[in-house]
Design a protein around this ligand. Sequence first.
Ligand SMILES: [Zn+2]
Length: 593
Amino acid sequence: MAQVNYPEVWDLDSIFRGGSESKEFKEFVIGNDRQIDELNEAIGEEASFDQLEDYIHRIQIQMQRNRQSSAFVSCLTAQNVKDKEASLWLGKMTEQSTKIQMIWGKIEDFLVELTEEQWNEFSKRPALKSVLFHLKERRFQATEKLSPNEEKLAAKLEIDGYHAWGKVYNEAVGRMQIPFEEKGVEKPLSAGQLQNRLNSSDRSVRERAEIASERAWEKETDLFASTLNHLAGFRLQLYKARGWDQVLKEPLAINRMQETTLTAMWETITDNKPRFYEFMARKAELLGVKKLAMHDVHAPLPVEGDTNIPYSEACELIIKHFKQISPKLAAFTEGALRDGWVEAEDRAGKRPGGFCTTFPLSKESRIFMTYDGTMANVATLAHELGHAYHSHCLKDMAPLAQRYAMNVAETASTFAENIIADALVKEAPTEEATLSLLENKISRSLAFFMNIHARFLFETRFYEARKEGFVPVTQLNTLMEEAQKEAYGGQLATYSPTFWASKLHFHITGVPFYNFPYTFGFLFSLGIYKKAMETGSSFEDDYIALLQDTASMTVEDLAKKHLNVDLTSKSFWQEAIDVILKDVDTFMELTKS
Ligand SMILES: [Zn+2]
């Protein structure tokens, strides 16, 4: 076979030539400005059906153009953090997307104001077929809210009275300096730097980091109890005014799912926890401790061997294994890797982490990461390629029908990552390598089953307590420790009572309950993976059809239509968890002696 060349530096010039100095890009952005203004001015006090249809069409074009330019800017800022010109573009992107949101709000008002009869007539228009789910959803959600004018006032008050608390939190965390001793010298670390020490492969470093972390956050709890109580108080007041008594109502609606689905998922996880406790006890033995500490749960085993997989080999390996499950995914991947969709080079000046972003007008994606040859890198590459494939399957859908919710956003990526994680375990050169890879897979799922579960339990109980009044630090600490003990089944030697303060997600105001969608997404994808394993090649087209519908259905309908399963019953969730339990069995067997 001829050697195929997989470039390690991505090609952005084919999107807009010339990087952050690109004339082509500048003209594109100026064009957006003009088109947004034109649309805004075109919308008057009233709209005929023809006009309304035209607005819906044009706003979607603007959404796509904004996505196209924002994706370009995020690629530029990631590949070179010092690209000042690119950073300047960021502000412009936000300005344009805010304007688009505002115009979309005006269009929604028209939709909401239609009588049932008018709506029935309007919704029959063929041009609206592909976005009908979205329009209906917006209309329905509006009926559950206050009047448009009251909602507009609330949105304005949110800027200084709600989102501002999240901002204060971020600023205070940004200023934190935590003293930490390394090589005999004490130096101040940021909260993020200390977080890296908590993930160290050296247990004594982790242990000291956990103590330093708990102490540092304790000092800030008065302030963070204040910000958290106030942002939660705002949220609850708004819910009360809208007549909502369930705090989960909004997050469930955002994720297009029912509460019975969520309950079935958590209950099935809870039923299965004892098997994971056995794994945790075994891991504790391997680490030479009686019980795992909080910081041990995700720590690597000290057996990890040296592996270095050159980039081209990683590409070949991914294509080869994708091919066995989904030839179309493999063919897509081969093209993406060959055509410079991936920025993988290990060089200075790049942003840390990885992401996949989509250029809807070019119908292409770009993947950003820093590849240095570890197994984890191979898994990340497969994960991001999964995201790119999801976008690829959606590329010809209407723009609104490409906007899926957070809980299904990881469907294709987790699926792709799983194919590779399983293949790596099967092909591991030594038993040590097998163990290390298995351990990694299982620990990862523990994050979804236990850590995220603790966050969900805490947040649910905190909001209930907040309805009665201000929740003081001592109570927050107790609620958190209780939630952790419950979620981890009391299996740990240490807990983190100040986790409510240190975990950013509780303080995010963009979306409420930034926790359960992670677990849902992980298990949903595993359930699909299990089906794929059982069904074989005929599964591929069903899988693509499912991905294409991810932004146009509730999750229950999506699962019913494409997998013929009922998400509100436990059996689907059990099958998904069984995938991990099989790994636990193998791990327990290999570590018996
Ligand atoms: Zn992802």
